[in-house]
Design a protein. Structure first.
Lengths: 404, 130, 36
């Protein structure tokens, strides 16, 4: 079955071009493993336990070879915790040796002084440390006891080693939205760059979204903070829905899923974006004939996403051009229609839509869940579970592994 | 923004003005990926990303290293005279983000150029990347 | 009803585009949504 592709416009705005898709992603997220030493309450990939079907080292190298051929210049490597893969450092070298720049996202567990020094000597690698509170009290409630200390230690090691341009990535929540200035001061103190991103109701995030997502008032404050302080603060374009407040924030301001970005997961599944790990957004698998390239270029899902999207009710809103109807994943996982408002629509239409949902609505849940089954040392207290004290040496993501 | 220019394009006061009468080339730290609308240009060193929104501009950027200056490159690529100022402005933008760099050696006269930086040129360790 | 407000990025008419728009657009590598 071949779809008749919509005619691409000539000239005009870049984002109009991107909405029709590209022959290769501009950048993509690659989750190397579902294993993780932490059990963050809001984990977008529901990580914790390694999946036995994970891509092998050779298969991962094959993916890198493809990315090189497709001229994907930059990949964002994450997980789970990517550094717990024994071949992580090899794959890093392999990627940069094959014209693929890497940014990897980590909780810092493996970034001792030696690794920090190694990274500081290596060009074409960017490091991003995850942190969700400017203080241990705020951070550890979501990421677990000891996780703040681990992150700070990594930041210290990187700074001491002379690493340049490393990043601290924060998911903005109701609990840390008031700490933006402190986050900036913290990153400044390490010579790092601050990155703040949007909490989506994805993965375990769905379980905590109601209590953790910023209030409307906080969203407005965040927007104004970005306008006033945003020079040099990265956002991953994740707040484009806030552009409906007025002046657009820097970035492409569009949903890149399946058009300019996508996700490759630890077992080679290709999803439209890392916030949409669900069967409905699964485009294919890199292990199939034609590999990643064939999935990116010809999958039904991506072809569908690359035709003009109907904004539905939102197109009548004066702000549609700025917000483009918001985040597909945020709508999907809160049980809202994709052609309606974003649940955090700044005009308030999302709140109305949420209230109008059926009382017995069961929001979509992915069957992809690699969460730790049993209690985890240092687990987050957000969900009210008792905190088991963390031991610094207990880093193994396989501790308490429940083999499937 | 575009505007008619006979000489160097004006830039912020802390920068050297772009001089189209000098020889230029696409930076060696840069990868260029053709697209239906033009090209994607990525600088591995500074992580900057630019989009060239016309196919002729892509040809110009690629051809720069074969010509002694910008005007001769534009003529060789059949860019209409009326569009020259827009192209000069575009190249000035690219030079500010280091996507194109000053060429300080003569264009190669043979096709067997040794791999690696020329001695006179400003070098960056490439470590296996184009 | 949604209020009528100015949008900040008016789309130029097709004929004006070629003369007025820039031939180069710079974007941050961090500037696209759907990435870690």
């Amino acid at each position: 079955m071949t779809a008749v592709l919509p005619q691409r416009p000539t000239g005009g705005r870049l984002i109009d071009q991107f909405e029709y898709g590209l022959d290769a992603p501009i950048c993509l997220t690659w989750e190397l493993t579902y294993a993780c030493n932490l059990a963050c309450a809001h984990c977008l990939s529901s990580s914790g336990r390694r999946d036995p079907r994970e891509l092998s080292t050779a298969e991962a190298e094959g993916v890198i070879d493809e990315l090189q051929r497709m001229q994907v210049f930059y990949v964002n490597v994450g997980g789970g915790e990517p550094t717990v893969r024994p071949d992580f450092w090899h794959l890093l070298d392999y990627a940069i040796g094959h014209d693929v720049g890497v940014k990897f996202s980590t909780n810092g567990v493996k970034l001792n002084k030696a690794r920090a020094a190694q990274l500081a000597r290596t060009d074409y690698v960017d490091v991003q440390i995850s942190l969700d509170g400017a203080t241990a009290a705020v951070n550890d409630r979501v990421r677990g006891t000891g996780s703040y200390a681990t992150a700070i230690r990594a930041l210290e090691n990187l700074a001491e080693a002379g690493m340049k341009d490393f990043k601290v990535s924060v998911v903005v929540t109701r609990e840390n939205a008031g700490q933006l200035d402190e986050f900036k001061a913290l990153t400044d103190s390490f010579g790092a760059q601050l990155r703040i991103t949007r909490l989506r109701p994805s993965g375990r995030g769905a379980d905590v979204w109601d209590e953790l997502h910023p209030t409307m008032a906080q969203q407005k404050e965040l927007y104004h903070w970005l306008l006033a302080n945003g020079d040099g603060v990265l956002t991953g374009d994740s707040f484009f829905h806030l552009s409906a407040f007025g002046e657009a924030l820097p970035g492409l301001n569009l949903c890149g899923a399946g058009r300019v970005v996508c996700l490759i997961d630890p077992v080679g599944d290709v999803y439209a974006c890392p916030f949409a790990i669900h069967e409905n957004f699964l485009a294919g698998n890199v292990r199939s004939e034609g590999g990643f390239q064939r999935v990116w270029q010809t999958s039904d899902l991506f072809t569908d996403l690359r035709s003009p999207q109907t904004g539905g009710a939102c197109t009548k809103c004066a702000h549609f051009d700025a917000c483009r109807g918001g985040c597909m994943a945020a709508k999907f996982f809160t049980g809202l229609p994709l052609d309606g408002p974003d649940p955090e629509c700044v005009q308030g239409f999302g709140e109305n839509a949420l209230a109008a949902r059926e009382l017995d609505l069961v929001t979509p849940k992915s069957h992809i869940d690699h969460s730790h089954k049993g209690p985890v040392r240092g687990q987050p207290t957000l969900l009210g579970m008792p905190s088991i004290p963390a031991k610094i040496c207990d880093e193994s993501p396989l501790a308490g592994l429940d083999l499937r | 923004m575009t505007g008619p220019d006979a000489g160097p394009v004006t830039v912020p006061s802390d920068e050297v003005p772009f001089d189209p009468s000098l020889p230029w080339r696409k930076s060696r730290s840069v990868a260029l990926r053709p697209e239906p609308f033009g090209a994607l240009v990525y600088h591995f060193g500074n992580r900057k990303l630019s989009f060239l929104k016309s196919r002729p501009l892509v040809a110009v950027v690629t051809a720069l290293e074969e010509h002694p200056d910008v005007p001769s490159t534009l003529r060789a690529c059949d860019v209409p005279e009326a569009q020259h100022p827009a192209y000069v402005t575009a190249l000035a933008t690219l030079s500010r983000s280091q996507m194109i760099e000053r060429r300080t050696s003569v264009p190669p006269t043979t096709s067997e150029l040794a791999a690696g930086p020329c001695t006179e040129a400003d070098m960056r360790p490439e470590e296996g990347l184009r | 009803m949604p209020e009528q407000t100015e949008t900040e990025t008016p789309v130029p008419a097709a004929e004006e585009v070629l003369t007025e728009e820039s031939l180069v657009e710079e974007v941050s590598i961090d500037g696209m949504c759907g990435v870690y």
